[in-house]
Design a protein around this ligand. Structure first.
Ligand code: FES
Ligand code: FES
Length: 152
């Protein structure tokens, strides 16, 4: 049995040793915003924020997340984070499969560094892959969201 908080809601769940964090939040808790694309730590689509750090939920065991504070794309959307609108405005999303991972990684960056440079945005999102090539749009969307958060 582990306890964890997901998007502000506490959970107490019995987990099997082989369950990944992705399986727990997506298949057991029903938070289907995160996506499992590669299931081997290569694409970033399953990114969630754990205790303030972006992590790949396909590579973390649920059992290791006892006591953790997790944030998923659902929590970010529910809070109407400016990233959501900026992503839509800049067409930084296409298939919707990898977009949640980008948004979560971007949110983790802005939490840590509210005023990033374009280079820092690119670096923070470097682990996220998008086969349709929306890369130039991501930095525009993230920098715009950063400005809004700073009151610009
Ligand atoms: S599904 Fe986790 S990194 Fe690709
Ligand atoms: S938005 Fe998913 S592959 Fe590009």
């Amino acid at each position: 049995m582990i306890k964890l908080t997901v998007n502000g809601q506490p959970y107490e769940v019995r987990v099997e040793p082989e369950w990944t964090l992705y399986y727990l939040i997506h298949d057991r808790l029903g938070l289907i915003g995160s996506k499992q694309f590669c299931d081997r730590g290569a694409c970033g689509s399953c990114t969630v924020i754990m205790d303030g750090r972006p992590i790949l939920s396909c590579m973390a065991l649920a059992i290791e997340c006892d006591g953790a504070n997790i944030e998923t794309v659902e929590g970010i959307a529910r809070a109407s984070h400016p990233l959501i609108e900026s992503y839509a405005r800049h067409h930084a999303m296409q298939c919707g499969y990898c977009t949640p991972g980008f948004i979560v990684a971007a949110k983790a960056l802005l939490d840590k560094n509210p005023h990033p440079t374009e280079e820092q945005v690119k670096e923070a999102l470097a682990g996220n892959l998008c086969r349709c090539g929306t890369y130039p749009q991501h930095s525009k969307a993230v920098l715009e969201a950063a400005e809004k958060l700073l009151g610009g």
